[in-house]
Design a protein around this ligand. Sequence first.
Ligand code: AR6
Length: 183
Amino acid sequence: MEKRYTVGKTAIRLVKGDITKQDTAAIVNAANSSLMGGGGVDGAIHRAGGPQILDECRRIAASIGSLPPGDAVIATGGNLQARFVIHTVGPIWQGGGKNEARTLEKAYYNSLSLALEKELATISFPSISTGAYRFPLEQAAHIAAATVVRFAKENPLEEVRFVLFSEEDFAAYDTAVASLCTG
Ligand code: AR6
């Protein structure tokens, strides 16, 4: 299952699959503020990438304390094909009145900015916050798509890939991206 859209010089690709298997220069982790690992995407990335990832996260946590929701840091990809893992923290859904939408937008935007700063041309995102953090899928997909499209219009990334775990997630992101750009 795969779809491809274009915005400016950037390809936006949607794939159904496992983010740990992606060959982009960076993959994004839907982490928590402790940076000490967890379930979902976070657990899968630590398992597949090996102990180097946690070692580096420990060093980062020792220097910054915790990573606030919406912020992002870049670190090693360990044994993954991706050279870097960008750890970001999405908002925990609390009904929508706690700036969750803005925080989710920041998580995407700050992750994209780190990739650009490091001169990485390709990056993969999971569906941040829609698992354990319970952000409503359609709204999250729209925020993710709008933030990526806005960034792609202004910056020269080659490819932004959304890696979706289920068909339902794939369909929601496809609808959101399709509403914002041409195929
Ligand atoms: N590849 C791609 N997507 C995946 C994978 C995978 N290998 N595994 C799960 N998903 P979640 P969150 C999907 O819970 O909501 C962790 O414990 C999953 O089906 O990973 O931001 C952290 O440590 C869902 O659609 O992230 C935090 O404590 C999406 O990825 C907390 O969960 C996100 O689900 C973060 O929660």
